[in-house]
Design a protein around this ligand. Structure first.
Ligand code: GLN
Length: 289
């Protein structure tokens, strides 16, 4: 805990931004490490005579900022926290920082299943920090959710995130590759969602340093054309989905047509391509027969 005058704090902030970086990242650091939200920050400019309370002292905040500027370490990995939808999630280098475009998966699912009282069994394949599965479980307390991940460390983070964001018990965590840990759920799944690694190799090489040097490669790289994991998920889906069960997959901006064909080749019907909020063809959805 540290108390500083608003004036000292605003001068400190000014000094940090003059070193480099962008205001959004600095505000995120001040929020997630210092405990001062963007809204509180804006109020300070109006009431600059007040004192403010921070979770850490300015030197520690500054050392994090310097590290971010020097090594391009994402703020979320420095603070160990990522905000996604209305969730505050623990993250580490074992999990991808959940992306804003992925937030839409929850809205798409809500539109499909308007009747929330239905007993739905859903699975989030490769859950990472647990973002998608936790949001779906919280929005639909009557549903039974399953989250899988190949990385045990990721699964521990996801499970902690669920406990810390709710007191519900409708989400279970299974360790293994894609569908592999779900042998007891054959033909029992109503809905499967996944944000698998889908970046093609040549694009991965060109990703910004803050992604390439810090985020888990196995959560991003989808082989030569980016479709390795998407193919596996679609090909194995028929063994696990109920008749008319849904599969919803996030994909790269230029993969939708190929992904749609993979769905159709594997006997999916009602296959649709959906855009994200930037107008990019980001999701492919279909029903098994
Ligand atoms: N959307 C992420 C990115 O562009 C990739 C996520 C993924 O491969 N699943 O960095």
């Amino acid at each position: 805990m540290c108390i500083v005058s608003a004036e000292t704090f605003l001068l400190w902030k000014e000094k940090q931004i003059l070193k480099g970086g962008d205001d959004k990242s600095l505000s995120l650091l001040i929020d997630s490490v210092g405990g001062l939200s963007k809204k509180d920050l804006n109020l300070l400019k109006i009431k600059s005579e007040t004192n403010i309370r921070l979770n850490t002292d300015l030197d520690l905040l500054e050392s994090f900022w310097d590290k971010h500027l020097k090594f391009s370490t994402p703020i979320q990995y420095l603070s160990g926290i990522s905000y996604w939808r209305d969730l505050k999630l623990e993250v580490s280098c074992n999990v991808l920082i959940p992306r804003p475009e992925t937030e839409l998966i929850v809205d798409i699912v809500s539109k499909i299943f308007k009747n929330k009282a239905e007993n739905i069994t859903f699975v989030d394949l490769g859950t990472g920090s647990g973002a998608i599965s936790i949001a779906l479980a919280l929005a639909n307390p009557k549903w039974n959710g399953i989250a899988t991940d190949i990385n045990k460390n990721a699964l521990e983070i996801a499970s902690r995130n669920f406990t810390n964001n709710s007191n519900q018990s409708n989400l279970k965590f299974y360790n293994g590759n894609w569908w592999d840990p779900l042998k007891n759920f054959k033909r029992k799944i109503d809905l499967a969602v996944a944000n698998p690694p889908y970046i093609p190799r040549n694009i991965y090489k060109e990703l910004p340093i803050e992604v390439r040097n810090f985020e888990p490669k196995n959560a991003l790289l989808g082989g030569e054309d980016g479709l390795d994991h998407i193919k596996k998920i679609i090909q194995n889906a028929p063994s696990y989905l109920k008749e008319k069960g849904f599969l919803l997959i996030e994909n790269h901006f230029d993969q939708s047509t190929k992904v749609k064909h993979l769905f159709i080749e594997n006997r999916f019907t009602n296959v649709e391509i959906l855009k994200d909020l930037s107008g990019i063809e980001r999701f492919t959805i279909g029903r098994y027969k």
